[in-house]
Design a protein around this ligand. Structure first.
Ligand code: SAH
Ligand code: SF4
Ligand code: F3S
Length: 466
């Protein structure tokens, strides 16, 4: 063997895939795999795939097509490239991938990453293993192997998986099938990982899970901990200045979570709370288990507890049976809430989900029009929100060097990217920044001390909007 083998991982889809990709890289490092950003020099390519919409899933096959060429080229030089397909497409269509794509050497579903080293051995022997057992073993057991432990910190902000899977079964969604039943990671393992991240310079942790606020993990005291209790404890870790969580479900916002938004300054005042639709008829057909009014009441409770809170959401347009009137109800809900951003998608029928077989599928051109209209409204709200920040002072966690020489870039409490002329030594720290201007994506500011601003306790959205 000449030097370390090179590993190239490409992530699609959600934050959990990003996290899992780091986890796989860290797991393979003791076996001599060094990460590369150049796919052409890779000995092992892992595609960490997403099955959420048809377009996402199809990307995998076009990527595999490109990799086939790469693999053939390498073979001419006598070099073997191993191709692994991981993630939610692997889980959903593992056998089909093997059938459609002979260049793929192994398939591994999200429940089985701890088996990756063993599966690679099998692939080296010329077998083509497909590991999508469900769940194979304890899905968080990658922590049991001390040499293949929790993820390594890469910067000042880190994701940390606290929960995986979903029991909600929205009729459009593949996640309950690809990620399995809802499982919470035990508190002690989360704390251990958070402490290691903090010791390595991480200042901000985003707790992730498909249904993160349904968290109910075993606590060290033998009781079951809520997300709120977990946050209270995470906030005590020295160095952890900021906490966030995603993705949450409106049904699982309990009083303790509302209370930590009021009481815990480390918990950032931005919340991603997907609603999908503003029409009760559609919400019912989606099996969301909440009404439009339930959603508005959750927002109201949260805002009452923490006026600084700003919300983002997810929307699906063109769910089967969605009429103009249903869509108008969605636009009205958006007007009523006032979001600082949102993701929106055309409904994509997914194999095996109930909605795929529903009557009244909405024509593509109608979806296109509705998506456009919805996005214009969201863009207007986002621009208004960003504009309201101009002239205010926001705390920024600096993460990296900026776009231009002398600039550094970070995130506001609202996750807005902020560019500031400031010394690179501030990277990894939080400083108050007076916001001078907004671009289409970023905010631009000046270090608050330079302009002599008084630093507010924490940003108050109510004041921003006034
Ligand atoms: N667990 C989260 C996110 C799930 S996937 C939640 O409950 O909200 C992220 C987003 O993708 C969803 O919020 C939804 O807006 C979108 N999505 C999921 N399935 C989809 C489908 N079949 N077609 C279009 N968008 C979809
Ligand atoms: Fe999918 Fe619904 Fe579960 Fe979210 S809550 S992951 S949209 S089934
Ligand atoms: Fe996609 Fe799976 Fe995440 S389907 S959105 S990668 S949970």
């Amino acid at each position: 063997m000449t030097g370390p083998r090179k590993l190239y991982i490409k992530s699609y889809g959600c934050q959990m895939n990003v996290y899992d990709s780091l986890r796989m890289a860290d797991m393979l490092a003791p076996d001599g795999f060094a990460e590369t950003k150049d796919v052409a020099e890779a000995d092992l390519v892992v595609l960490n795939t997403c099955h959420i919409r048809e377009k996402a899933a199809e990307k995998v096959y076009s990527e595999i097509g490109r990799l086939r060429v790469l693999k053939d080229e390498a073979a001419k030089d006598g070099r073997k490239v191993t191709i692994a397909v991981a993630g939610c497409v692997a889980q959903a269509e593992g056998a089909e991938i093997m059938r459609r794509a002979p260049v793929v050497d192994l398939v591994v579903g999200p429940q089985s990453y701890h088996r990756l080293p063993a599966l690679l051995d099998q692939a080296d022997r010329g077998e083509r293993p497909v590991e999508t057992e469900f769940p194979a073993e304890d899905k968080f057991n990658f922590l049991k192997n001390p040499t293949r432990d929790a993820i390594r910190a890469r910067g000042v902000s880190a994701f940390l998986t606290i929960q995986e899977g979903c029991d909600k079964f929205c009729t459009f969604c593949v996640v309950p099938y690809t990620r399995g039943a809802e499982v919470s990671r035990p508190v002690e393992k989360i704390l251990a990982e958070a402490e290691r991240l903090a010791a390595a310079g991480v200042r901000e942790i985003t707790a992730i899970g498909q249904n993160v606020n349904a968290y109910h993990g075993d606590g060290p005291d033998g009781t079951t901990w809520t997300l709120a209790r977990l946050f209270e404890r995470l906030a005590q870790i020295p160095g952890i200045d900021r906490l966030r969580y995603t993705t949450s479900h409106p049904r699982d916002v309990d009083d303790s979570l509302v209370a930590v938004h009021r009481d815990l300054p480390e918990l950032m005042p931005q919340l991603h709370l997907p609603v999908q639709s503003g029409s009760d008829r559609i919400l019912d057909a989606m099996n969301r288990k909440h009404t439009r009014d339930d959603y508005l009441r959750v927002i109201e409770r949260l805002r009452k507890a923490q006026p600084a809170l700003a919300f983002t959401s997810d929307f699906i347009v063109g769910f089967p049976g969605e009429t103009d009137r249903d869509f108008t109800d969605t636009l009205k809900l958006i007007e009523e809430v006032g979001f600082c951003g949102a993701f929106s998608f055309k409904y994509s029928p997914r194999p095996g989900t109930p909605a795929a077989d529903m009557d009244d599928q909405v024509p593509e051109h109608v979806m296109t029009e509705r998506l456009h209209e919805l996005q214009l409204l969201i863009d207007r709200q986002m621009a208004a929100f960003n504009k309201a920040c101009v002239g205010k002072t926001l705390d920024v966690l600096f993460e990296k060097t900026g776009r231009h020489p002398g600039q550094i870039a970070g995130k506001s409490p609202y996750l807005q990217p902020v560019q500031v002329m400031a010394p690179a030594s501030l990277i990894g720290t939080i400083a108050s920044v007076r916001i001078d201007d907004t671009g289409s994506y970023s905010l631009f500011g000046t270090l608050a001390d330079e302009v002599g601003n008084r630093v507010p306790e924490r940003p108050n959205l109510a004041a921003l909007e006034a």
